[in-house]
Design a protein around this ligand. Structure first.
Ligand code: X5A
Ligand code: ZN
Length: 669
């Protein structure tokens, strides 16, 4: 398929700045844009993108989210004196005006709309717009928080109006609450707005009551506004991923958007003076990737905040490189979410339980009175004597994310001669002969009674593929084999024992799995099917049983987000083995989603094993391995209660060993 990634940028948007002294606004500097763009150029990412020009938004477009009075007022700012500008600025919160900001604000909106046009019409698959001023704080009749016009809110309305889209998802990963976006769509069920934000029990700017988790939307829009308040600073990668796995992704897949817009602020990254969070820049590669298979891959990221001039460009590069389809970086230090994050997660899940069937089983809130708790907690925080600061946020240091090098070969296919190799894949032929020791071991362990030359060739080829993956010569691969179980046993044995990989084995369908290797902890085996295996008390073998088996999309997706992804992240494999058992009955689309999502791990080193007669799966599987967007799932039904209960029991058993499975704070159990 190979569609491009748009990059929208214009130097003109660096041509305004703060002209007086204002400590609240001094961080919003033109360099934010230049360092971000320079980094994209320096890392040869800009030239891999499709450059799309910006344009000025029209009045009519701006009026999609703003009042005429406000637009007319802003229109006058280019002609104001410095004194007039200062005074004009005073009526709004934490924002500044400049004679050229109106022009830039029109370009920022126009850039977002150009991006929507390119993505929705299929000119590109996805893209990013680097803009100033940001947008998500601006309201119908007010500038706010460095924002003049609400770029993303306008883009959402525009996309619906111009292209007739029914559902738009807005993911706001900026560290501030985009209250402007919330107000715009509060009563609108066609736009799902998700925001996480530094909140500290309402102590942090913009200090709004309505930024808390219980603002879920109004009237018809109830359930379509999701706020995740961070009540402590220092949130880490695990906290962000937990919220994605256990809240945003299941809800987003249930919502089934036609388009994903990202309020891509990077003040939620480490080193930012506003956010004071500790998530590293590479986490944005994962956040991006996890959203890239919604809406058939149609994703538009629009810059919002980000004020540390080191972490901002790093995070921008991670985002764009992921949009371009490069293998993901191995996520660092995922030791599980902190208690405060779990409390927030628990509260949001429980507040949204009435609206989303994927949350039907979320636990009740621990406290009887939520509002008392809020006040009480805020007071507690106040009493605490400020502990000795380790380091001021701006002085924080972190390693530069390692370069993400795509292996020379993206995907190989090991296929019987009569099956044609899908376009973009390389037919695998093992170049070097295996060493005799390995061959004799293969014979001995797997082919005892059969002197099957074909089987031996297949097994040794599979082993060669894993070896080349280990050397980063090949990114991913798929194979049609006569006996998936035997091939799986053989690959796991070799990759885990001989190559000392940590192997994540994802087994789709019923059948025998390599549980003995799991018992030794050399592999993590997860299996999903309809047969209930007697519950083994093993940390590394995790069987999920669905009443209707893998054909149940809602149950399946629940297992993927609630169990497989968090387990995978915490296990941090160096190889993923995805095995499609015969008669798995999994839907094509679900299979493609799973294949795509698993590429979050092991730098994309995924080997897919399928039964010889499933030739029809080769194309779709290859397409997902090559990074094409998985086709969207249809809107999901509610998962079966008994399946949900079984998964909750599993979570309960495993969460002591696997911290990323937790969804409630320890005390509130
Ligand atoms: C877009 C954005 C932050 C405003 C902070 C004001 N605005 N204290 O990040
Ligand atoms: Zn921000």
């Amino acid at each position: 398929m190979k569609m491009g990634t748009a990059l929208i940028y214009d130097e003109e948007m660096t041509k305004y700045k703060l002209l007086w002294v204002d400590p609240a606004c001094k961080i919003e500097v033109p360099e934010r844009l230049t360092v971000s763009h320079d980094a994209l150029v320096r890392n040869s990412l800009a030239d891999r993108c499709v450059a799309i020009p910006v344009r000025e938004a029209t009045d009519a477009e701006i009026l999609l989210a703003h009042s005429e009075e406000y637009l007319e007022a802003v229109k006058k700012t280019p002609y104001m004196t410095l004194e007039d500008l200062k005074e004009f600025t005073l009526q709004y919160g934490d924002v500044y005006f400049h004679p050229n900001i109106y022009h830039c604000a029109k370009l920022a909106v126009g850039a977002a709309l150009q991006l929507v046009d390119s993505v929705v019409t299929g000119k590109v698959r996805n893209g990013m717009a680097l803009v100033r001023p940001p947008g998500h704080h601006s309201m119908r009749s007010a500038a706010n928080g460095f924002c003049v016009f609400n770029n993303v809110a306008i883009a959402a309305r525009y996309a619906k109006q111009k292209y007739g889209l029914e559902r738009v998802l807005i993911v706001d990963w900026d560290v501030h609450h985009g209250q402007g976006v919330q107000y715009c769509f509060e009563d609108d069920p066609s736009v799902l707005y998700f925001s996480w934000h530094r909140y500290e029990h309402q102590k942090f700017w913009p200090q709004l009551r309505e930024s808390d988790y219980d603002s879920v939307g109004k009237e018809k829009g109830a359930g379509f506004n999701i706020n995740v308040p961070w009540n402590k600073v220092g949130m880490e990668n695990s906290d962000y991923l937990s919220v994605f796995c256990h809240l945003l992704l299941p809800v987003a897949y249930e919502f089934c958007p036609d388009l994903v817009l990202v309020c891509a602020g990077f003040d939620s990254a480490i080193g930012d003076p506003e956010g004071e969070m500790c998530a590293t820049p590479d986490i944005f590669a994962h956040l991006t990737h996890l959203l890239m298979n919604l809406a058939g891959g149609k994703l538009c990221a629009v810059l919002e905040g980000g004020y540390n001039l080191t972490s901002l460009p790093q995070a921008v590069c991670q985002t764009v490189q992921t949009l371009l389809g490069d293998p993901l970086p191995q996520p660092a230090n995922l030791s599980g979410p902190c208690t405060s994050a779990l409390e927030s997660l628990h509260c949001v899940r429980s507040a949204h339980r009435p609206y989303w069937s994927c949350l039907k089983h979320a636990a009740d809130l621990p406290t009887s009175d939520i509002s008392t708790k809020r006040i009480k907690l805020a007071e507690e925080e106040e009493e605490k004597t400020p502990k000795e600061e380790e380091k001021s946020t701006e002085e924080k240091v972190w390693p530069e994310p390692p370069k993400r090098v795509a292996p020379p070969v993206r995907s190989v296919a090991l296929l019987p001669k009569d099956v044609t190799c899908p376009e973009g894949c390389k037919r695998f032929s093992s170049s070097e002969a295996l060493d005799p020791l390995t061959v004799s071991k293969l014979r001995e362990n797997f082919l005892k009674d059969a002197d099957d030359g074909d089987a031996l060739t297949t097994l040794s080829s599979l082993i060669s593929i894993t070896e080349e993956m280990k050397k980063n010569e090949i990114c991913s691969g798929l194979a049609l084999v006569r006996d998936v179980t035997m091939a799986m046993m053989c690959v796991v044995q070799h990759a885990a024992a001989a190559l000392s990989n940590r192997v994540l084995v994802v087994c789709v369908g019923n059948g025998k799995v390599p549980s003995h290797i799991a018992e030794e902890g050399k592999a993590l085996v997860v299996q999903i099917g309809s047969e209930s295996t007697e519950e083994q008390k093993c940390k590394y073998y995790i069987p999920v049983c669905l009443k209707k088996g893998c054909s149940d999309m809602s149950g399946f997706i629940q297992a993927v987000f609630g169990l497989f992804l968090p387990l995978g992240y915490e296990y941090d494999p160096s190889l993923v083995l995805l095995v499609r058992m015969p008669d798995s009955r999994i839907h094509d689309r679900m299979w493609q989603q799973l294949t795509a999502l698993l590429q979050s791990f092991a730098q994309g080193h995924t080997l897919v094993l399928m039964q010889e007669d499933e030739k029809a799966c080769v194309g779709p599987t290859a397409s997902s391995l090559l990074g094409d967007p998985a086709p969207p799932l249809e809107r999901l039904q509610a998962p079966l209660p008994q399946d949900m209960e079984a998964m909750e029991r599993l979570r309960h058993r495993l969460q002591a060993d696997w911290k990323l499975l937790q969804i409630t704070a320890p005390e509130s159990g």
